[in-house]
Design a protein around this ligand. Structure first.
Ligand code: DGL
Length: 256
């Protein structure tokens, strides 16, 4: 079991930002990545639809022999992590917008959160905001259309900047000092975002925290590997183009 892979899924290529963080701190672990890009984006789907898609991705990864599942998608986590934990025995790591570190770090008392509609409307997001940020102002924005552009391989340029400016202008006006990237696709735009916001706004994403939590769970469950040559496998159910691009054509993508 210890040499089994870690399973990671997302609605597309966003979860690759998480996979990279996991690879950095767990270099011996084999990884299986599943991009559910035929169903992308998850952000505009109902809770029920997101739960059903998350269950199917989990079943696939368990079938492939995974020992732990990383839900590398804020939308899937905030809408389905408790369902997944009650349906399956395998350990799960989820990702949700990093409200806590932003709330602890803010000096202006205002933080911005960029996420999908599905994440922002979820019960988990609302309860985390209530628990950690009840005394500060959260300015949240659903960056409509951004995930679709990223899935098409657009990371900068006019279209991306237009959506970002629309999403960020109100936050900047309100003097946020922390910007939380609450979708695993958005760190792929970090350079462009940095150019559009004042230098003193700190950008926060949860990649490293998720990787650290994955390591903690492996240790806790005595599931760490001693493999010297880990294997990386990639699956998608739509076009393999965006996954190939983000991975610089270095891996074989299995289309299912
Ligand atoms: N990467 C997913 C997330 O973190 C994208 C959501 C979507 O498919 O809309 O929420």
């Amino acid at each position: 079991m210890n040499n089994s892979p870690i399973g990671i899924f997302d609605s597309g290529i966003g979860g690759i930002t998480i996979l990279n963080s996991i690879k950095n701190i767990l270099p011996n672990e084999s990884l299986i990545y599943y991009s559910d890009n035929i169903n992308s984006p998850y952000g505009n789907k109902t809770k029920k639809e997101i739960q059903s898609l998350s269950i199917k991705k989990t079943e696939f990864l368990i079938e492939k022999g995974c020992k732990i599942i990383v839900v590398a998608c804020n939308t899937a986590t905030t809408n389905s992590i408790s369902k997944l934990r009650s349906n399956f025995k395998i350990p799960f790591v989820g990702i949700e917008p990093a409200i806590k570190p932003a709330a602890l770090g803010t000096k202006t008392g205002r933080i911005g959160i960029l996420a999908t509609k599905g994440t922002l409307s979820s019960e988990l997001f609302c309860s985390t905001a209530k628990d950690y940020a009840s005394n500060i102002k959260i300015i949240e924005k659903n960056a409509e259309g951004l995930v679709e552009l990223i899935e098409e391989g657009v990371f900068n340029g006019e279209q991306i900047e237009k959506v970002l400016k629309q999403s960020l202008s109100h936050m900047i006006k309100k003097k946020i000092d922390h910007l939380v990237l609450g979708c695993t696709h958005y760190p792929l735009l970090k350079k462009t975002i940095q150019l559009l916001i004042p230098n003193d706004i700190k950008i926060i994403d949860s990649g490293r925290a998720v990787a650290a939590q994955t390591k903690r769970l492996l240790v806790k469950n005595k599931l760490e590997t001693n493999l010297s040559e880990p294997k990386y496998s990639f699956y998608c159910n739509g076009s393999a183009k965006s996954l190939n691009n983000i991975l610089n054509n270095k891996f074989i993508i299995n289309t299912i």
